[in-house]
Design a protein around this ligand. Structure first.
Ligand code: RP5
Length: 170
């Protein structure tokens, strides 16, 4: 049964939402993925968000752009955590999406990540689930260790080669 629900307002959001899905795949977490527009099909959206708890969903990751009401409306209808991903937009650079998602009224929180922050949304969902799952917590610690090793090895290479050769072979 899916534990995380990934939902996006349009298929144009897919490349960013796929980054969240990749993280969940890496950590072996089951998820459902949906394209549902709160504006263009409000009835379908309502059924989706109202039914999420009964489907066994523990965390919703919702991404949208422009007047991005999808994450906030998910948070209004779903009782567990909602993570919002603001999409980059060509007109306002994603500030429209960011402000729409982050400026929630008191009482209805959305954990908002960076513009196009699909990877961090996935990781935040994993961290939420790891609160009650020690195996997942151990995998998160391994993930952090690998990140550290990657930076340490880059620094070592820089010291050995110098910046010109480093850049030339990057
Ligand atoms: C939002 O409108 C979607 O989340 C998308 O980011 C934006 C534009 O949608 P399309 O016109 O590309 O379908 O609802």
């Amino acid at each position: 049964m899916a534990k995380v629900s990934i939902v996006m307002g349009s298929d144009s959001d897919m490349p960013v939402m796929a980054k969240a899905a990749e993280i969940l795949d890496d950590f072996g977490i089951s998820y459902e993925m949906n394209i549902i527009s709160a504006h263009r099909e409000p009835d379908i959206f309502f059924d989706y968000a109202k039914g999420a708890e009964e489907r066994g969903i523990k965390v919703v990751i919702a991404g949208a752009g422009m007047a991005a009401h999808l994450p906030g409306m998910c948070a209004a209808l779903f009782p567990m955590p909602v993570i919002g991903i603001p999409m980059h937009t060509s007109s306002l650079g994603g500030r429209d999406s960011l402000y729409s998602i982050v400026q929630m009224p008191s009482g209805i929180p959305v954990a908002t990540v960076a513009i196009n922050g699909g990877t961090n949304a996935g990781l935040l969902a994993v961290k939420m689930l790891a609160i009650s799952d020690e195996g997942l917590l151990a995998k998160l610690k391994e993930y952090s260790d690998k990140q550290k090793e990657s930076v340490v090895s880059k620094d070592k290479k820089l010291k050995e080669k110098g910046y010109k050769e480093y850049l030339a072979n990057k």
